[in-house]
Design a protein around this ligand. Structure first.
Ligand code: ADP
Ligand code: MG
Length: 619
C-alpha cells in the first residue's frame, strides 16, 4: 500500500483502483437470507399450533427488545449508562391506560399523548443529566427511575399501587387485537421497525456523530458536533422506544400497576442490552430473548432444586452478570456475529454533487493572530504569553522539545482548552472563548497528536465525520430524516466528499478498512483527510509525519505544498527537522512554554538559543 504517491495526489478520482464494493457479496446475501428466515419464522409462529405459552413469551421478548434497542443506542453506542428506562415504559403504559379507562379515549390518542409526555420529560431530564459525567449519570438515572416509580404508586388518579384495570383491546384498522397471537404481530413489527430505524440512524451523519460521542467527545466537538445536544437527542429517542413498549404492554396486559416500571426492571433492561452486546442493535433482541427465557426456566427450576420458593433467579443473574463482564464484556452477539460475517460496509458513490465550499481568504491575509496566549495547569505554565501570526497561504512550523507546549497551543487555538489569559483572533474575529465546534465552523481544521478515531468504523465513515457541518441541512437536526432514510442525497454528498479527500491524501485504497487496522502513520493521514473534510482555511497538524516512512513523508510534504498552492494555511508541529526545514515559510520555536525564536528556517537554524534548546548547546 502506498501513501500519497504522485498518482493519488493528482486530482483524478478515476485513477484509483476501484474497491470491490458494488456487487453484493456472498456474506451480504447470506445475511439477507438469515434475516428473511427470521422474519418468516416470526410470521409463522402465531399461525402454527404454537403453544400459547410460547406466544406469550415471544410477546414479552418483543416488548423488552424495544426498550433494549433504545439502550443500545444510549449506552452501547453513546456510552451513557441508564438504569431508568423502565420509568419511561411506565409513562407510555400509564398515559394510555389513564386516558382510555378514565375518559374512554382511543388508545392511539393515548399513544400520542404518552409520546408527548415522554419526550417532554426525557428532554428536561436529559438536559439536566446528560451533562453529568462518570458515576453521576448512572446515579441520576437511578434517582429518576425511583421518583417516577413512586409517583405512579402514590397518585390517587392512577390508582396508587393497585394501578388501573380494564385497559381496552387495541384495534388496528378495524381488526381487534384481542388475542396474544394478534398482538404478537404488532409487537414484532414494531421490533423490526425499531431495528431498522436504529440501523438507518447509525449509518447517517447524526449517527456518525453519535458514534463519536464515546471516549469523551473531544474529537466530535472538534469536528463541529454539538455533543451535549446529541446526547439529549439519543436520550429522547431511547425514551420514545421505551414509551412505545409501555403502550403495547398496557394493551397486552389490559391493566397497569407500578411494579414493572420500578428500578428492578430498569436494571434488567440494562442487563439485557449488556448480555446481548450493548454495541449491537440485534444484540438487544438477543439479550432480551436470552434473559426472558432464562428467567422463566430458572423460576421453574430453582425452587424445585432448592426445595423452597423465592426469587432465586436474581442471584443466578447476578453471578452471570459478573462472569459475563469478566469474560465477554461485549456481550454474546459478537460471538454469533462470527457465524454471520458482516455485510458490505457503507460505500461512497463514484460521483455526487460536491458540497458547497467556503470563501477562502486572499493570499497574505492575516488569518491567525495569537496574542500573548497563556495556559496554566495549576502551577505549571504550559504556554507562557506566546504570540505569533499566520497569513493565508503560509506553512508555519511550531517546533520545540517535548513538553514545550506545542499541543497545548493547538488546543488553545482550536478551543479544546480555555485560555488562562490572552487572545486568539481568526480572520480578525476573537475566537478565544468559543467552543471548538464554533471554531471549526469558521474554518479551522485540526488533527490530534494522539489520534482520535473510531477504530471499528471504516476509514471512509471516520473521514465523513469531518464533513459534519457542511451542506445546506440544519447542523443539529437530521435525526428524524436519518431514521426515515430521507437523507440519501445528503449522505451521498458527504460520503463522496470523504472519498474525495481520501483520494487526495492517498488513502483511497483503505477506504473500506476498519480505521483501527491501519498503521499509526496512516491513521494520522486519515486525520488529515478528516480535517480537510471540514473545508478549512487553516489546518493545524500535530506531528502528522510521526510514524511515516521516508517515502510517505515526502508524499505528505508534496500534499502540504499542494494545499499551500491552493491557498491553504498550515500550522504544523513536527519533530523531523529535515521535513520542517524544507517545507515551512517560518518557524516558531517554543521551550518550556515560552516562544524563544521566530523566523525563516535558515535563520532559526543558526539561532544560539534554539541550538541550546534543541541540541543541548552549540557544538
Ligand atoms: P508538546 O506538545 O510541546 O510536547 P504539551 O503542550 O503537550 O507539549 O505539554 C506542555 C506541558 O503541559 C507539559 O509539561 C505537559 O505535561 C503539560 N500539560 C499538557 N496538558 C496538560 C493537562 N491537561 N493538564 C496538566 N498538564 C498538562
Ligand atoms: Mg505535543
Amino acid at each position: 500500500m502506498t501513501l500519497l504517491t504522485d498518482k493519488t495526489v493528482a486530482d483524478k478520482p478515476a485513477d484509483i483502483a476501484r474497491p470491490r464494493t458494488k456487487a453484493r457479496t456472498p456474506a451480504a446475501t447470506r445475511n439477507r437470507i438469515l434475516t428473511m428466515l427470521f422474519v418468516v419464522v416470526l410470521a409463522l409462529l402465531p399461525v402454527l399450533p404454537t403453544p400459547e405459552f410460547w406466544i406469550t413469551l415471544g410477546n414479552y421478548i418483543g416488548l423488552y427488545s424495544i426498550v433494549a434497542i433504545g439502550l443500545v443506542l444510549l449506552t452501547g453506542v453513546g456510552g451513557m449508562t441508564s438504569f431508568g428506562q423502565a420509568a419511561f415504559v411506565g409513562l407510555g403504559a400509564y398515559s394510555t391506560a389513564y386516558l382510555t379507562t378514565q375518559f374512554g379515549l382511543s388508545p392511539w390518542f393515548g399513544l400520542v399523548v404518552g409520546l408527548g409526555i415522554t419526550m417532554a420529560c426525557a428532554y428536561i431530564i436529559g438536559l439536566i443529566t446528560m451533562r453529568m459525567s462518570g458515576h453521576y449519570l448512572p446515579l441520576a438515572t437511578i434517582a429518576w427511575g425511583l421518583s417516577l416509580f413512586f409517583l405512579f404508586g402514590n397518585l390517587e388518579f392512577l390508582g396508587k399501587y393497585d394501578g388501573l384495570n380494564g385497559v381496552p383491546v387495541l384495534s388496528f384498522f378495524g381488526v381487534s387485537l384481542q388475542s396474544g397471537r394478534s398482538m404478537f404481530y404488532l409487537i414484532w413489527v414494531v421490533v423490526l421497525l425499531a431495528v431498522l430505524a436504529m440501523q438507518n440512524l447509525l449509518n447517517s451523519r447524526p449517527g456518525r456523530a453519535i458514534r463519536a460521542l464515546k471516549g469523551g467527545g473531544t474529537m466530535a466537538e472538534a469536528m463541529g458536533v454539538n455533543t451535549a445536544w446529541m446526547k439529549v437527542v439519543i436520550f429522547v429517542v431511547a425514551a420514545v422506544l421505551a414509551c412505545v413498549s409501555g403502550f403495547l404492554y398496557a394493551h397486552l396486559q389490559r391493566a397497569v400497576n407500578p411494579t414493572p416500571f420500578g428500578l428492578n426492571y430498569g436494571i434488567e433492561y440494562l442487563f439485557m442490552a449488556v448480555v446481548g452486546g450493548v454495541g449491537h442493535v440485534w444484540g438487544a433482541v438477543l439479550g432480551a430473548g436470552i434473559l426472558t427465557i432464562l428467567k422463566d426456566v430458572l423460576q421453574g427450576l430453582l425452587p424445585k432444586l432448592l426445595g423452597s420458593t423465592g426469587n432465586f433467579e436474581i442471584i443466578v443473574f447476578g453471578v452471570l452478570m459478573v462472569l459475563l463482564l469478566q469474560y465477554a464484556s461485549d456481550g454474546i452477539w459478537p460471538f454469533l456475529r462470527r457465524l454471520f460475517p458482516s455485510g458490505p460496509p457503507v460505500t461512497a458513490p463514484d460521483d455526487a454533487q460536491p458540497l458547497p465550499v467556503r470563501q477562502k481568504p486572499e493570499a497574505g491575509e492575516l488569518i491567525l493572530d495569537v496574542r500573548a496566549a497563556r495556559k496554566q495547569f495549576g502551577g505549571l505554565v504550559a504556554v507562557n504569553d506566546v504570540s505569533f501570526q499566520v497569513r493565508a497561504g503560509e506553512i508555519i512550523g511550531l517546533i520545540g522539545p517535548n513538553g514545550a507546549g506545542k499541543s497545548t497551543t493547538f488546543n488553545l487555538v482550536t478551543g479544546v482548552l480555555p485560555l488562562t489569559r490572552g487572545e486568539v483572533r481568526y480572520r480578525g474575529e476573537v475566537i478565544s472563548g468559543l467552543p471548538s465546534r464554533e471554531i471549526v465552523k469558521r474554518g479551522v481544521g485540526r488533527t490530534f497528536q494522539h489520534v482520535h478515531l473510531l477504530p471499528t468504523m471504516t476509514v471512509l465513515e471516520n473521514v465523513a465525520i469531518g464533513a459534519h457541518l457542511r451542506g445546506d441541512f440544519r447542523p443539529q437536526g437530521g435525526v428524524a430524516a436519518a431514521i426515515l432514510r430521507m437523507n440519501q442525497v445528503e449522505e451521498q454528498k458527504l460520503l463522496f466528499e470523504a472519498r474525495r479527500q481520501l483520494e487526495r491524501v492517498g488513502l483511497a485504497d483503505c477506504m473500506y478498512m476498519e480505521a483501527g487496522s491501519l498503521a499509526l502513520g496512516q491513521q494520522r493521514i486519515l486525520e488529515i483527510a478528516r480535517a480537510l473534510c471540514c473545508d478549512p482555511a487553516l489546518l493545524l497538524l500535530d506531528e502528522p509525519a510521526a510514524g511515516l516512512r521516508y517515502k510517505e513523508k515526502q508524499a505528505l510534504a508534496e500534499l502540504l505544498k499542494k494545499l499551500k498552492g491552493e491557498g491553504m494555511s498550515v500550522l504544523l508541529v513536527e519533530h523531523d527537522m529535515d521535513f520542517v526545514m524544507n517545507l515551512t515559510d517560518r518557524l516558531v520555536v517554543m521551550e518550556f512554554g515560552t516562544r524563544i525564536a521566530e523566523g525563516v528556517p535558515e535563520e532559526v537554524q543558526k539561532d544560539p538559543a534554539v541550538l541550546e534548546a534543541y541540541l543541548g548547546g552549540v557544538e
